[in-house]
Design a protein around this ligand. Structure first.
Ligand SMILES: Nc1ncnc2c1ncn2[C@@H]1O[C@H](COP(=O)(O)OP(=O)(O)OP(=O)(O)O)[C@@H](O)[C@H]1O
Length: 388
């Protein structure tokens, strides 16, 4: 599928502005972006339901918007976001609706293997036991699987999924995306709007970040899911790391940072600074940390929060070079935070002695922020502060 330069207006408002997106065989593209970004509008345009003001959508060379509706439905299947049904058709009959583009009243034999597709789709979506049940009498999560099965039965090269995991329990979220992944690995193509960034990063080959109706970023998940991209596209503050189990990006949303100009340096140790960095970053301080052990928990916390860290190798005293780099950070900091348990660790005592103002903290986030604010106030009036 190759969508080029799509511009779409609804109700006189431009919703998509020059959006291009290509999906190769064997590729799952995740569409991510804030509410109202235009994801559903884009999927509806890719499906041929909405006609763009300009631009085109081609599947294997055919312009989707120029095809008759059945021909378009033989190329693109849609799993919509809403799963409300107003008729009590049996689950099997709803799934069989996926065969509609292959059926003809004049030549009913044309869809000879339709029943096989339907049974296969029911089985793959774990719906065989529910096949006779009215679709109005299955749970919301099961209904979403019915819509997926209907799209599967449609047997198209391209599948578009609008929030396929919304409303599913964790088990079915993963099973649904595993199933979508299987389809992709069989050579199909799919575009899926997925709100959960970690799931999108885990399952998709590429992500397209849509924001304000434009493509904000596109590429492999590890390149696209970054702290800066999340701030720019979602106006969100988040810690981004690597999930130790899946090896794909993990995302921890944070409270929106405030705006403060002061520099705060946190002295580290093994894990002494973990838990101190986030509240300070959220409070809007320009936070640095170190010396921390290279690859240790303090270092990882700094990395996820995208804060500069002075590192020192494990198993050894702090090198002169690391000391000097940390000392430079300490000297330029307005306040230096010393984690209670790390006061005497490594070079911390020597570094703290170089600071304009130090606070030794143990307590909770609020106590930490209060101590730092107090120290800053003290510094402004020229008083050397030491808060315990
Ligand atoms: N028929 C319409 N007329 C006018 N504006 C519309 C219409 N349909 C959607 N919009 C607007 O278009 C924008 C994009 O909506 P869309 O549903 O595509 O976003 P989305 O990224 O899927 O959002 P969400 O994540 O909340 O589902 C929104 O601001 C929405 O209010």
């Amino acid at each position: 599928m190759d969508a080029r330069d799509l511009t779409v207006s609804l109700g006189g408002t431009e919703i998509l502005d020059g959006v291009s997106l290509a999906v190769e065989s064997g590729e799952l593209v995740g569409l991510v972006g804030p509410n109202g970004a235009g994801k559903t509008t884009l999927l509806r345009t890719l499906a041929g339901y909405l006609t763009p003001d300009s631009g085109s959508v081609r599947v294997d060379g055919d312009d989707v918007h120029a095809l008759a509706s059945k021909a378009a439905s033989r190329r693109v299947a849609v799993v919509p976001q809403s799963s409300a049904f107003s008729f009590d058709f049996a689950v099997r009959d709803v799934v069989a609706m996926g065969r509609h583009p292959y059926r003809s009243r004049l030549r009913p034999a044309d869809d000879a293997d339709g029943a096989t597709h339907v049974e296969d789709a029911l089985e793959r979506c774990e719906l065989t036991d529910l096949a006779e049940r009215p679709v109005t009498a299955v749970s919301g999560g099961e209904r979403r699987r019915v819509l997926l099965a209907r799209a599967l039965a449609q047997d198209t090269p391209v599948t578009l999924l609008d929030e396929p995991t919304a409303g599913l329990d964790v088990n079915h979220q993963v099973r649904t995306l595993d199933l979508v992944r299987d389809l992709i690995d069989e050579g199909r193509r799919a575009v899926a709007a997925i709100h959960d960034l970690a799931l999108a990063a885990r399952y998709c080959d590429r992500l397209v970040v849509l924001s304000g109706g434009r493509v904000h970023a596109a590429g492999p998940p590890a390149e696209v899911v970054t702290r800066d991209a999340l701030r720019d596209a979602f106006d969100a503050s988040a810690a981004v790391g690597t999930d130790p189990v899946t090896g794909t990006p993990s995302v921890t949303p944070l409270t929106h940072p405030g705006e403060r100009d002061a520099r705060v340096h946190v002295l580290g140790a093994g894990d002494a600074a973990v838990g101190l960095l986030d509240p300070l970053v959220v409070a809007g301080y320009r936070v640095t940390v170190g010396p921390v052990v290279d690859g240790g928990l303090d270092h990882e916390a700094a990395r996820r929060l995208d804060r500069p860290a002075v590192t020192t190798p494990p198993f050894g005293s702090v090198s002169d070079e690391a000391f000097e780099r940390a000392a430079a950070r300490v000297r330029e900091a307005d306040v230096v935070v010393v984690p209670e348990g790390a006061r005497e660790v490594g070079a911390n005592a020597r570094l703290a002695a170089l600071a304009d103002a130090t606070v030794v903290v143990s307590g909770d986030d609020a106590a930490l922020r209060e101590a730092v604010a107090d120290a800053l106030r003290g510094r402004e009036t020229g008083v050397r502060t030491r808060t315990e």
